[in-house]
Design a protein around this ligand. Structure first.
Ligand SMILES: Nc1ncnc2c1ncn2[C@@H]1O[C@H](COP(=O)(O)OP(=O)(O)O)[C@@H](O)[C@H]1O
Ligand SMILES: [Mg+2]
Length: 329
């Protein structure tokens, strides 16, 4: 998928991939709020590179430790059949998290398990420069976070890019990732990339792409005010407009049709109050105040359109109120 904007971030990822492929292992954390485009950015850079990528993502509901790294190792097993076979003298320790490797060691400790995982990843990377992409690390368990510190040492001279992504607004004080981040910074081993929301022009560009149309200036401003440039929200809002059948595919500017429903046609189908009827759902942006000057100047927005934009449920990805769930590729 071609992204809107993100040239600087793309270049940073390309550099990190190239450095790692040259044999200087890199650990890079991509941060930003939910829905801002971390996963999309990373995937688009990885698609460009075309090298071996092992993916794993932490899950909000997961209770098993090491789940993201286990997923990444299983991805390797799928890509290279029997790739995990012959994983060395510590393989029975690996079997504790990968039962398919055989009988697990009767006894182990965290240091030995870390070593076993580190050795295996090093072995994988020495066969082929590899990117391990661990997504949604805001939900990672303590053991996975701790493992990153160990891997940093093991993979320092291996052709591997260890790429993590996390929601900066969900890593509060005391979160295990914070300690890992501080320690890696102290070691001067951490590259960091902050993904910011899109700007106003990019917001218009993305909405136009979703709706196959172009936006007049008031609509563009309204979309930006409402979404603050977060791509997930921009897509949600664009879909809300399209679902309501209010946009016809046509040349600029978009125009709205004649229908005027009494309820907001949100994609999530949750009832909500309409801005223009005076009541609002909690947290709704007061669009009437922000946009009305544009309207009175005879711009292309109408009451119903404002209702849709003002009432669309813009829940964060993976949270109640969001009509779509994010998926990890
Ligand atoms: N720069 C961009 N251009 C076009 N679409 C984008 C861009 N960034 C994100 N998106 C889209 O926005 C949605 C949310 O992005 P995502 O990468 O899942 O966010 P995050 O991983 O930060 O929670 C996805 O549908 C994604 O394809
Ligand atoms: Mg994501």
């Amino acid at each position: 998928m071609e992204l809107v904007g993100r040239e600087r971030e793309h270049a940073a990822l390309r550099d990190a991939i190239a450095t790692a492929a040259g044999g200087d292992g890199v650990i890079l954390l991509v941060a930003g709020e939910g829905g801002v485009g971390k996963t999309a950015l990373v995937e688009s850079a990885l698609a460009e590179d075309g090298g071996l990528v092992l993916r794993g993502a932490a899950d909000q509901r997961a209770v098993r430790p090491y789940a993201p790294i286990v997923a990444a190792l299983r991805a390797y097993q799928r890509a290279v059949p029997d790739g995990l076979g012959g994983s060395g003298p510590l393989s029975e320790h690996l079997a504790l998290i990968l039962p398919e490797l055989g009988a697990p060691a009767p006894d182990t400790d965290q240091a030995t398990l870390f070593e076993a995982i580190g050795n295996l990843l090093e072995q994988i990377a020495r066969r082929d420069p590899t990117v391990v992409f661990l997504d949604d690390l805001q939900w990672a368990d303590d053991a996975t976070a701790e493992l990153l510190l160990h891997l940093d040492r093991t993979l320092k001279t291996a052709p591997m890019l260890l790429l993590g992504a996390y929601r900066s607004d969900e890593v509060s004080r005391g979160h295990p990732l914070r300690r890992v981040r501080s320690e890696l910074r102290r070691r001067r081993r951490l590259q960091e990339l902050m993904v910011e929301p899109l700007g106003p022009a990019e917001t218009t560009q993305l909405a136009a792409r979703v709706l196959w149309g172009t936006a007049g200036s008031t609509l563009a401003r309204t979309l930006y005010d409402r979404t603050q440039g977060v791509p997930f929200f921009i897509e949600e809002l664009a879909i809300a407009l399209a679902t309501a059948g209010r946009w016809r595919r046509q040349r600029a500017p978009w125009s709205s049709g004649p229908r005027r429903p009494s309820r907001c046609p949100t994609p999530s189908r949750r009832p909500c109050c309409c801005v223009r009827s005076g009541c609002r759902r909690p947290g709704a942006t007061p669009l009437d105040r922000d946009v009305e000057p544009g309207l009175s100047a005879g711009d292309e927005l109408d009451d119903h359109l404002l209702q849709i934009i003002g009432c669309a449920e813009l829940g964060r990805p993976d949270k109640p109120g969001s009509s779509r769930q994010q998926s990890s590729p």
